[in-house]
Design a protein around this ligand. Structure first.
Ligand code: NCD
Length: 310
């Protein structure tokens, strides 16, 4: 396989050819139980300065499935508590032989600043940073849609509704960039405070503050969690109001005449069940949520092969 970008800090780091190759490889890996040991001499390190369940575990499992050594760095209990900087921490991990480093960080420009700090031998993949981007989540979301519709070209013209805290969501930002490029029509629905300023007219995105209207005539719905840890509810009329007007539930989907026998509902997790999404829908046939998690594993395996193997 031909190598692509050395680092993956944004969905914009992949061109269309690289994206197609990545999705084809992801589908191949998903279709087989024999993954080989292609990364046998490689070391992958997850470096997480923020909480995570599925992203960190799927990076680590992806590495192990391909025969790599997977190590995990957590800032708590490390020399970060003695004042060590991110650049020094990553230099240490590189000196220990890390080939690929997956970084999650609360600062939105952490990986971009890190990439510029010195010439690296290792490759850097963003595993979600601040409110800027979460490229591998958007890639696995796009792959899930690609699977459902049956190919990249069939995504063009499909309509996706994103509901939730768009302002603070790195998942929304990466998905908007990536899916717009693939011809998906995106409608955003949130209270005004959760709709970022940069989404002015001319962005090509549809904005709607009424969820019942927003749910009309769409193919897929991506629900997002309000990012309380980033101060989501600081300026709004409160959580109860949000759940009343913006919770995606069966009643609303039925009222909008969505076909609940088809799979169309996405959520990157973690879900606050009964808040932004009613609990009953998580495991409903219309839900793609578990499939997103499984696809994330194969997508990250394919990504590691594409980035590490020259
Ligand atoms: C997301 C994240 O961390 O940005 N989670 C994930 O990686 N699957 C979404 C979120 O935390 O709401």
């Amino acid at each position: 396989m031909i190598s692509m970008t050395k680092h993956l800090l944004s969905v914009d780091d992949l061109d269309l050819t690289e994206l197609e190759r990545l999705f084809t490889k992801t589908a191949q890996l998903k279709a087989t139980d024999h993954w080989g040991e292609e990364l046998a001499q490689k070391t992958i390190c997850t470096v997480f300065y923020e909480s995570s369940t599925r992203t960190r575990l799927s990076f680590e499992l992806a590495a192990k499935r391909l025969g790599a050594t997977a190590i995990s760095f957590e800032s708590k209990g490390s020399s970060v508590e003695k004042g060590e900087s991110l650049t020094e921490t990553v230099s240490t991990l590189q000196a220990l032989g890390t080939n690929l480093l997956c970084l999650r960080h609360p600062s939105s420009d952490a990986s971009q600043n890190l990439a510029k700090a010195k010439p690296w031998k290792l490759s850097l993949v963003s595993a979600g940073e601040g409110t800027r981007e979460h490229p591998t989540q958007a890639l696995l979301d796009a792959f899930t849609l690609y699977e459902v519709v049956g190919g990249l070209s069939k995504l063009a013209g499909k309509k996706l509704l994103i509901v939730g805290d768009i302002t603070n969501s790195r998942v929304a930002k990466s998905n908007i960039k990536l899916l717009t490029r693939l011809g998906v029509k995106i409608r955003l629905c949130a209270p005004p405070v959760f709709l970022p300023d940069y989404l002015s007219e001319g962005s090509g995105l549809e904005l709607e503050t009424d969820l019942d209207l927003a749910l009309k005539n769409i193919d897929f719905v991506l629900v997002l969690r309000p990012q309380r840890e980033r101060g989501s509810f600081g300026q709004t009329s409160g959580e109860a109001e949000y759940a009343k007007y913006y919770q995606v539930n069966r009643k609303r989907l039925e009222a909008a005449r969505m076909d609940l026998s088809k799979a169309f509902l996405l959520h990157p997790g973690p879900v606050n069940a009964g808040f932004e999404l009613s609990a009953e829908l998580i495991y409903d046939p219309c839900s793609l949520i578990e499939r997103q998690v499984s696809n994330g594993l194969y997508l990250r395996m394919a990504l590691m092969l594409q980035i590490i193997l020259v």
